[in-house]
Design a protein around this ligand. Structure first.
Ligand code: FE2
Length: 326
C-alpha cells in the first residue's frame, strides 16, 4: 500500500510518500520564510499553491512513482491555520476523487508523534511534543475504555516554539525566530533572572516573554537568548521528569518542530538517562512539519480501520480527541 501525504497546516507545504514495504520514499518540504512581521494566512496559501505542483512532481520523482500507483491520499485535517488547512483539504479531495482512491484526514500533532515513534523504533514513549502552537507532555492511556494520548501537562498560554519565535522577532535576530535564538544563545555568558512558571504539570511562557521584553534594553541579546532558552527548557524538563516518575515509560520521545533544538535534546536526554529511559528524537528532517509524517500516519490509520468519516478541516483538535486504534 502506498500513501501520498499532504501537509499544509501553517508555513510549510510538505508532500510525502510512504510505502508499506519500503518505508518513507519521499519528503519534499517548501517552507515560507520567517518574517519579522509574522505570517499572513492569505500569503501562506499563495505560497502553497505556487509550490504545490513542484512539490508533488519532486516527491513522485524521488519515489519513482506515478499518481496511478498511489493507493490513498492523506492530508492534515487539524489543528492549524484555517486558510492553510482548507487548501490542503481541497487539494487532497481533488486528488482522491480524480484518482478514485480513499481520502484520509490526519491529526497533524498525532502525525508528529507517530512518525517519531516509527523512526526511533519507540513503542511506549513519554511524548514531549514541542512546536510553535503546542507544548504537551503525553503518553498512551486507556480513557473510558478507549486508547488515547493522555495529556499529563501542557502550556497554559503560548507554545514553546511561539515563545522562542517571538523572542527572535522582539530582539530583531536573523533569522527572527527560534533558530535565531538558538544561534545567539551559544554566545551567552551571563544568566539573566527570568520568571520560571511551572504550575503542577503545566507551563506558562507569556510572563517569560514580557520579562525578556522589559530587559532587552539593558541586557546583551546573547545573554537574554541563553537565559530565555535555559529557563523555558528547564520548565519543560522539570514537568516531563515529574510525568516520567509517575508513568515510568521506557522511552522519552521529543518531537515537533522545536525538537531540533540541540540544547533541548541535551537537557531532556540527561533527564531520561537518570530515569533509565531511552531518549529518542527523529532526524531533523522529520521533526518539522512535513508530508512524510502525514503519509505514514495516513497509512497507519487506513491499515487499522481508523479513517474518520468527518473529513472537514478543523482549526482546533487536541491529541486526546483522537482514538488510537493501533
Ligand atoms: Fe507541526
Amino acid at each position: 500500500m502506498i500513501v501520498l501525504g499532504i501537509e499544509s497546516t501553517a508555513h510549510s507545504l510538505g508532500i510525502g510518500v510512504f510505502d508499506e514495504s519500503k518505508g518513507i520514499l519521499a519528503n519534499e518540504v517548501f517552507k515560507y520564510p520567517s518574517l519579522k512581521s509574522g505570517y499572513l494566512p492569505r500569503k501562506l496559501v499563495e505560497f502553497h499553491s505556487k509550490n504545490l505542483r513542484k512539490a508533488v512532481e519532486k516527491a513522485l520523482e524521488k519515489a519513482s512513482l506515478t499518481t496511478k500507483e498511489l493507493d490513498a491520499i492523506a492530508y492534515s485535517q487539524a489543528p492549524g491555520i484555517g486558510h492553510c488547512l482548507h487548501f490542503g483539504y481541497v487539494v487532497a479531495k481533488a486528488f482522491s476523487e480524480f484518482l478514485e482512491i480513499p481520502l484520509i484526514p490526519v491529526n497533524h500533532a498525532i502525525a508528529h508523534i507517530e512518525v517519531g515513534k516509527f523512526l526511533c523504533n519507540a513503542f511506549n514513549p513519554l511524548v514531549v511534543y514541542v512546536s510553535g502552537g503546542n507544548t504537551q507532555i503525553a503518553s498512551i492511556a486507556l480513557i473510558n475504555g478507549r486508547k488515547k494520548y493522555f495529556i499529563h501537562g501542557e502550556t497554559l498560554d503560548i507554545g514553546l516554539g511561539n515563545f522562542l519565535d517571538q523572542v527572535g522577532r522582539m530582539l530583531e535576530l536573523n533569522p527572527p525566530d527560534a533558530v535565531g535564538v538558538l544561534n545567539e544563545a551559544k554566545a551567552g555568558e551571563k544568566y539573566v533572572m527570568l520568571p520560571y512558571t511551572v504550575k503542577g504539570m503545566n507551563l506558562a511562557f507569556s510572563g517569560l516573554l514580557t520579562a525578556v521584553e522589559k530587559k532587552k534594553s539593558v541586557e546583551r541579546k546573547q545573554d537574554l537568548c541563553m537565559s530565555a532558552q535555559e529557563t523555558a527548557f528547564s520548565m519543560l524538563v522539570e514537568a516531563s521528569e515529574r510525568c516520567l516518575c509517575h508513568t515510568k515509560n521506557p522511552e522519552v520521545l521529543l518531537c515537533g518542530g522545536n525538537a531540533r533544538n540541540k540544547r533541548l535534546q541535551e537537557m531532556l536526554k540527561l533527564m531520561a538517562q537518570e530515569h533509565d529511559a531511552r531518549f529518542c528524537v527523529p532526524p531533523d528532517e522529520h521533526c518539522g512539519d512535513a508530508g512524510a509524517m502525514i503519509s505514514y500516519t495516513g497509512w497507519l490509520m487506513l491499515k487499522n480501520h481508523a479513517v474518520s468519516k468527518n473529513k472537514l478541516p478543523k482549526q482546533k483538535m487536541r491529541i486526546d480527541e483522537v482514538e488510537i486504534k493501533w
